[in-house]
Design a protein. Structure first.
Length: 198
């Protein structure tokens, strides 16, 4: 009995002592709750040093919708009056900025390049064919700014997820004139109104 009383006093003393010490933080899940929007961004530049650059933001707004905001600059400098296709490709842009490393268009559902995408039926289009579903980027202006919602994209990493893949802008003949990798942004950068400045 005496040993149990002593053990009890030691435990009580230790618990009172430990209350004054800083406690280690509880482990937090790094995965964002489903209700919290996810934000990713691609910064696009020309692999040849041409004055073409831009940013594309992707924000999940619901379980099925992704809001896309595109700002491209300089398309009028080299390619005035031309429309420019742009796509999400299967792989990332090369570490050296090589747009060819991005591979083919993203199409996890196996949709072929032909027939061309019909924007009236976006689910029949390749998931990565942004210009087919939402229109070409105009070369008539110094800066092009478009926003839309796409319900065929997924941000989260999966076979169909776009994070980690490349976005490529093409000229009228299909050459890759600008590209960038889609990367997730920290939660501190997801506030409305934050955007890259060029």
């Amino acid at each position: 009995m005496r040993s149990s009383v002593i053990s009890g006093l030691v435990c009580l003393s230790l618990s009172q002592y430990s209350e004054g010490l800083p406690q280690p933080p509880l482990l937090q899940s790094t995965r964002a709750p489903q209700s919290q929007p996810i934000h990713a961004r691609a910064m696009l530049v020309s692999p040849l040093g041409a004055p073409i650059f831009g940013v594309i933001d992707f924000r999940s707004t619901t379980q099925t919708d992704v809001q896309v905001e595109v700002v491209m600059n300089g398309l009028d400098q080299l390619f005035p009056h031309a429309g420019h296709a742009y796509h999400i490709h299967t792989s990332a842009v090369g570490a050296d900025g090589n747009c060819e490393a991005a591979g083919a268009h993203l199409t996890p559902n196996g949709i072929p390049d032909s027939p061309p995408c019909n924007p009236m039926t976006p689910r029949s289009c390749q998931e990565g064919d942004l210009s087919g579903k939402h229109g070409l980027l105009s070369g008539n202006q110094r800066s092009v700014h478009v926003t839309y919602t796409d319900n065929t994209l997924q941000l989260l990493p999966s076979e169909a997820g776009i994070i980690g893949r490349g976005v490529v802008v093409h000229d009228a003949k299909g050459a890759r004139i600008a590209c960038g990798k889609i990367i997730p942004l920290p939660s501190t950068m997801t506030s409305p109104g934050l955007r890259a400045n060029f």
